[in-house]
Design a protein around this ligand. Structure first.
Ligand code: 13P
Length: 252
């Protein structure tokens, strides 16, 4: 069985001091938590500083973005090597907020996924539909296409290190969580797609996690679905008690 993955995406929140405070609280609350792999994705500025603070905890560091070139004249960008040297193991790629506000295309996302694998980081690739697309019955076709394009050119070996995050855009930051059945339907379709594209052996460690208004009161039911392998948590990951409760989900 796959170990579930629970990741907290802090987005553009917290000063360094607030970040340290949050991590120190989480260290206490997450002592001995071993039912899931736990990631926190703070802003870039915090990563190196937080790394020693979580060294003896079950948490690991994840970046929120990456640039695909190794180095050079790319003002404002951060490379995979920089992230690794700061203490990151994972990186979120293609979040809908980056697609929307920074016009990241599927092609850009594909380049970033390839670069992350090259640089030894594990990508968490985000896909999801708008409310309009859901209402028009386009959810499955949209997210399948996003996954296909994000993984374009990657062999089965890379899939061991990749996580797909299904994050319906209408559920992000809105308090409107997808029902466990709505999420499961999409996760199941994505699992089927991965099986069409890759051999079973390559997919043994490939998790499909859910994101969008995950809270302590919704995590247990979501995690009881057969194809939901974890959660990508936004707002609730900024509250230590809430995030700790989400990590210690109780599948029913
Ligand atoms: P919320 O949990 O705040 O809805 O955010 C979800 C998300 O975008 C995680 O990447």
């Amino acid at each position: 069985m796959l170990t579930p993955l629970i990741a907290g995406n802090w987005k553009m929140n917290t000063t360094i001091h607030e970040g340290v405070d949050l991590v120190l609280k989480l260290r206490e609350l997450l002592k001995g938590a071993d039912n899931a792999e736990i990631l926190i994705a703070p802003p870039f500025t915090h990563i190196y500083h937080l790394s020693p603070l979580i060294a003896d905890s079950p948490m690991r560091l994840c970046a929120q973005n990456i640039f695909w070139e190794k180095s050079g004249a790319y003002t404002g960008e951060i490379s995979g090597e920089m992230l690794k040297s700061a203490g990151c193991h994972h990186v979120i790629i293609g979040h809908s907020e980056r697609r929307e506000h920074f016009k990241e295309t599927d092609e850009v996302i594909n380049k970033k996924v390839i670069a992350a694998i090259r640089d030894g980081l594990k990508p968490i690739v985000c896909v999801g539909e708008t409310l309009e697309e859901r209402e028009k019955g386009k959810t499955i076709s949209k997210v399948k296409l996003q996954v296909k394009k994000a993984l374009y050119g990657l062999g089965g070996g890379a899939l061991r290190d990749i996580t797909i995050a299904y994050e319906p855009i209408w559920a992000i930051g809105t308090g409107k969580v997808a029902t466990p059945q709505e999420a499961e339907e999409v996760h199941n379709a994505l699992r089927e797609l991965l099986h069409e594209l890759y051999e079973k052996e390559s997919l043994k460690n490939t998790r499909i996690i859910y994101g969008g208004s995950v809270k302590p009161d919704s995590i247990d039911q979501l995690m009881s679905q057969p194809n939901i392998d974890g959660a990508l948590v936004g707002g609730a990951s900024l509250k230590a008690e809430d995030f700790a409760r989400i990590v210690r989900f109780l599948p029913r």
